[in-house]
Design a protein around this ligand. Structure first.
Ligand SMILES: [Zn+2]
Length: 299
């Protein structure tokens, strides 16, 4: 039997214990109040490491020696355990998170290796694990304040899919990174608020359904942008399974997306893709973080 501890750190921290890739026991959350938004924004990086270590230690306390691996999923560019960038948790930018957490855990008597993964990659790993398709290419778009792209199996690279260029229109400059023409500059929540200074994104989608021309035009652009991003990845890595999740996945209409995608992917060997919406949850990323950590042991 393999035992792993999976942790997800996004707007909050959720941790759980996995036995043979399955969750056992209760999840631990910080803060306890699930409704608290941006609870981690003001917590210094060092304290975040302590918070992670406390949750891991509590889950490992039954038998610390039985834990094979610890996986932590965080948003941002993650390479070799280092958080190279993390726009939504800026205090961990540049942090050697795997190393820092390993050290704090060692002081608590926990010696299992720590593996850090991008949160969208962890969702892709979690989907692959829970559906018994760890040997298949699985890709995930996370639609939230930013736009994340994740893939399983992990391959070396940056994979900032949310920042691929989907338009040459020089006026498209709402991306949080400052880049022109980016997918997130059209689809991201913050970007939509900058575009529609008089309407919240929820109102834009609601008015589009009622037939408002300006909003309908934008909702179509939003879906076309996602189709363009998806089509680009199909043309690079091939067809396969694409999943869509995240806080704002409720804005997505698969039929509209599919229509645009069909206009963009015309080579017949590339048309065998599937599209599926997943309700957002923390468990999938948590399982994926643990599974990625176990797989990393074998590399
Ligand atoms: Zn960007």
């Amino acid at each position: 039997m393999t035992t792993a501890i999976g942790v997800v750190m996004t707007e909050h921290i959720v941790a759980g214990r996995l036995e043979d890739h399955r969750l056992t026991g209760n999840l631990l959350r910080y803060p306890d109040d699930a409704g608290a938004l941006d609870a981690l924004a003001a917590v210094p990086g060092g304290e975040l490491v302590e918070l992670l270590a406390s949750q891991i230690a509590s889950l490992a306390s039954v038998d610390p020696a039985s834990v094979d691996a610890i996986g932590v999923a965080v948003p941002g560019i993650i390479r070799s355990g280092v958080v190279e960038d993390s726009p939504n948790l800026p205090q961990i930018k540049g942090m050697r998170l795997a190393e820092a957490l390993t050290k704090v855990l060692a002081a608590r008597g926990i010696a299992a290796p720590v593996h850090v993964a991008n949160d969208a990659d962890a969702i892709a790993a979690g989907v692959a694990a829970t559906r018994g398709q760890l040997n298949k290419l699985t890709r995930v778009w996370t639609i939230g304040n930013g736009i994340g792209y994740g893939r399983w199996p992990y391959v070396e690279g940056v994979w900032e899919g949310g920042h691929i260029t989907v338009t040459l229109d020089a006026k498209e400059r709402f991306c949080g990174c400052g880049g022109v023409g980016h997918l997130e500059g059209i689809m991201g929540y913050r970007a939509m608020r900058l575009r529609f200074l008089d309407l919240e994104p929820e109102e834009v989608f609601a008015l589009a359904r009622k037939g408002d021309d300006r909003c309908r035009e934008f909702v179509d652009l939003w879906h076309r942008a996602l189709a363009a991003g998806t089509a680009s990845f199909i043309h690079l890595a091939g067809p396969g399974r694409f999943y869509f999740t995240g806080h704002n996945v409720g804005f997505l209409e698969l039929s509209l997306l599919r229509g645009h995608l069909e206009s963009m992917v015309k080579m017949s060997p590339l048309q065998s893709y599937s599209l599926e919406i997943l309700p957002p949850d923390d468990e999938t990323a948590l399982i994926g973080a643990g599974v990625s950590a176990l797989r990393a042991l074998a590399w």
